[in-house]
Ligand binder design. Structure first.
Ligand code: CTP
Length: 403
């Protein structure tokens, strides 16, 4: 909740300006008061009328408007707030901020404020990756300015893709809550999640894998972001959009997943939802294996992969205070999962039935049992996002009791 929090939103001139209308609405729903400054260019994309109607406050547009100055001077606009949010932050606005220019109301307020600033850039990918913008970003970061996004994805110019799209309003909201320390139940926590399958190469074009879609792990990462956590998601190859606001580390093999997980520590909780391949092919070859003329079949030898969950759960140094495993079972679900929990040394295990008629693999729903020291809780059949929210709530409660 943001009740009583004052947000000064500076809208720059970019097509993403329309998304800030949704942001204003979300902020108002959560009880924040929103005052808006629009640059002149922003007025080409959204009108002060619609912004004013949503923010329920007058909108400020010009430095030399005497009526506005009379109502509230620009120095007060800059100071009477808890957080300044710049969305969309254009390359031009970032450059002005980095050099300390003050030639319109937005840049003057940004120079005059003594409050924290959160920036949501939006621009063409070539402009974002330009050395000048990267320099400005580094300068701003060194000045203590926080960033949310930009994200990878399709741009308004349809044939352009790359990093530059403004973070979605939900992600900006999560960043605002985090910045104000009012974020959800996991504010200030580092949550490490693994998701998806691993691919173990046979040769450069073939691999062995499993049917994991990654949906449950991605839903957990998204729920943890919503709850205000810093989230690292170590993901195998999946066909899902990265959850906004999470740091995603893409890996392919179990070995790579283990390295990425260990590199992401320390964490307050590790939630291992990945379906790691148990075996890899011993001596995967560099060149494609060809069919032999005499019809002979290739044979594969396997080596066991590292057990990432067990490795983390049994760390002597730097073990997360809470380690949560998953157990995908096709029979005797609770029994097998309980044994797995003991064998691997994790604190909790989330067990589910993945037999083909359960529809869990690749589907949108999940029916799980949460096995802890306190016993087994059986949850109803729920959408994976609800399972994720419940798990995040339980994790937050456990971490709060621990510390
Ligand atoms: N896991 C892991 N590393 C592995 C295998 C599994 O980290 N090499 C983790 C999974 O992410 C999951 C838990 O261990 O959290 C259980 O995975 P599961 O595939 O159910 O168990 P296995 O250890 O593979 O046991 P089995 O195949 O015998 O059921």
């Amino acid at each position: 909740m943001l009740k009583g929090q004052r947000i000064l939103l500076i809208i720059g001139g970019g097509i993403a300006a329309y998304k800030t209308l949704f942001l204003i609405r979300r902020l108002r729903e959560r009880g924040a008061s929103v005052r808006v400054v629009m640059t002149e260019a922003a007025g080409e994309f959204v009108t002060p009328l619609s912004v004013g109607a949503l923010s329920e406050n007058p909108v400020f547009t010009s430095l030399f408007d005497l009526t506005q100055e009379h109502e509230i001077g620009h120095i007060r606009i800059a100071r009477d707030t808890d957080l300044v949010v710049v969305a969309p932050a254009t390359a031009d606005l970032m450059a002005k901020m980095a050099t300390g220019l003050a030639n319109d109301l937005a840049s003057t307020v940004l120079l005059a404020t003594d409050k924290p600033i959160l920036v949501a850039p939006a621009m063409n990918p070539a402009m974002w990756t330009h050395p000048a913008t990267m320099r400005n970003r580094a300068t701003l970061e060194a000045d203590g300015v926080r960033f949310v996004g930009p994200e990878d994805g399709e741009m308004a110019e349809r044939d352009e893709a790359g990093v530059g799209r403004m973070a979605e309003p939900e992600a900006i909201l999560a960043a605002i809550e985090k910045q104000l320390g009012t974020g959800g139940v996991l504010a200030g926590r580092h949550v490490l999640v693994t998701a998806g399958p691993t691919h173990e190469p046979i040769d450069p074009v073939r691999y062995i894998a499993n049917r994991s879609s990654g949906k449950q792990g991605y839903a957990i990462a998204a729920a943890a972001v919503r709850a205000g956590a810093n989230v690292t998601l170590v993901s195998g190859p999946v066909d899902l959009a990265p959850p906004a606001g999470a740091d995603v580390v893409n890996i392919r093999t179990a070995d790579e997943m283990r390295d990425a997980v260990l590199a992401a520590l320390p964490a307050d909780v590790a939630i291992m939802a990945a379906a790691v391949a148990d075996w890899r092919v011993d001596g995967a070859v560099e060149q494609k294996i060809k069919k032999s003329d005499d019809g002979g079949l290739p044979s594969l030898n396997f080596t066991e992969n590292p057990d990432i969950l067990a490795t983390v759960a049994q760390l002597q140094d730097g073990r997360p205070p809470l380690v949560v495993g998953f157990a995908a079972e096709t029979e005797n679900v609770v029994d097998n999962a309980t044994k797995k929990r003991g064998r691997k040394g994790c604190d909790w295990i989330v067990a589910n039935d993945v037999s083909p008629d359960s529809g869990v693999m690749g589907g949108g729903r999940n029916k799980v049992h949460l096995i802890t020291d306190a016993g087994t809780e059986t949850w109803p059949d729920l959408p994976k996002s609800d399972v994720a929210d419940r798990l995040v709530t339980a994790v937050a409660k456990a971490l709060d009791t621990n510390t």
